[in-house]
Design a protein around this ligand. Sequence first.
Ligand code: SAH
Ligand code: SF4
Ligand code: F3S
Length: 477
Amino acid sequence: MEQTTQISPADIARQLEFCQKAAALSARRPQQPLALVDTYGCQQNEADSERLRGFLAAMGFGFTQNEEEAQIIVLNTCAIREHAEQRVFGNVGALVHVKRRHPDTLICLCGCMVQQPHAAEKLRTSFRHVDLVFGPQALWRFPEMVYTLLTQQGRIFSVEDEAGSITEGIPVVRQDRGEAWVSIMYGCNNFCSYCIVPYVRGRERSRRQPDILAEVRQLVQAGYRDITLLGQNVNSYGKDLPEPTDFSALLEAVNAIPGDFLIRFMTSHPKDATLRLFQTMARCEKVAPVLHLPFQAGNDRILKAMNRRHTRAQYLEKIQALRDLIPDIVLTSDVIVGFPGETTREFEDTLAVLEAVRFDALFTFLYSPREGTPAARMDDPMPREEKLQNFNRLTALQDRISEEKHAAYVGKTLRCLVDGASGDLRWPLDDPHYHELTARTPGNRLVRTTGPETAVGQFRDIHITGANKWSLFGTLV
Ligand code: SAH
Ligand code: SF4
Ligand code: F3S
């Protein structure tokens, strides 16, 4: 069994010393320096940005969304599809003007995209205004790199191909009221043939259960009501740990933490989603009745070429087993359209899975070749127009299903977590306490309502009065 490399407390303490030294520099400025952190990609990246903000706050920085007034700009990037990369290169290119106006502003790029050799090389040679580039595995050394740049001339690139490690004790500045993400593991071992994640995020490694439980306990005490456990494939949690444990055992332990809160998790891989997991979900009252279980494609030949290691029949059997245990489970999934060699006939098997399962919502993606992955070398004869046609058929079908599923909520009263208020005041107009609010059903469907801002971060009963394909509408009871 592989031993997880844990960054030692002494190494983290050293980084926190760099934070203090940087904070001393910040304190000497006439005004508090500001940082801008912009995040692309998935929740894992959002969680990493919360750590970057934690480090920055410890270095004495405040936060801004305005690049003109930032002393440090961090773009935390994603590599999952070409479009994600193009957006980053577009935005980092535009920063050249900011750097010209404010030469002292530090421009940093981190995250999955920069861990790809071709992207790092492009930044090194063609984006000379970028000062610091570091991959996900180097994030824990952020304070040291920033301090070096604050005190010395030059650029830093830290994008070595590292196996990856586990770090505890990094400070965190969280974004949301009521909702918090907790990474339980990092990396991926699955090597789905289209996917870049295992190359940029390293091998699977799990945090120790006591560290996770301590973090969740602290969050619940601080008033967080919705805890999402994060990993690329949470169902393989613990396989690398010396003590015998698994994801079901972890769920059970999190569920036993006292307090009024919901537990969510993502993402699950169908091949590792077991009956034991479903039974645990059914038994644990705090585990939200929702599962995100990506199936990617409905055709077995394509699933094999994707290296997903499950068949359509196995997927459908698992869904049935889950529904037998939790009949009202909310199901969501990811689908790729236009995988190399997928014919329209094979694509129709994906439509058939949609009809068979009737997901509450679906995340649909057009296949995007990623350099270095096996799929990028496969023959891909289908013209883009045909892929787009298939893509549109898929979204049209899902829109219809989502609309039907949402319509069935009308008339019900659900206990929802109010998670946001817009600044807009709503009727009654002269009442400053009424805001447009957003809330989440236990199954994580979006609800729009109005009410006092003080409801944010609390569970409230909402009577559902309307619905469309995207969201539900209701009134606070
Ligand atoms: N670990 C998660 C997925 C992370 S990536 C899992 O296995 O379920 C999120 C989604 O992006 C994937 O589920 C897949 O549908 C999509 N995706 C990944 N690589 C892609 C690519 N090269 N082109 C298009 N979509 C892709
Ligand atoms: Fe990518 Fe597959 Fe790993 Fe998900 S399980 S991150 S799709 S390789
Ligand atoms: Fe993107 Fe990296 Fe997440 S590639 S989707 S940010 S793991």
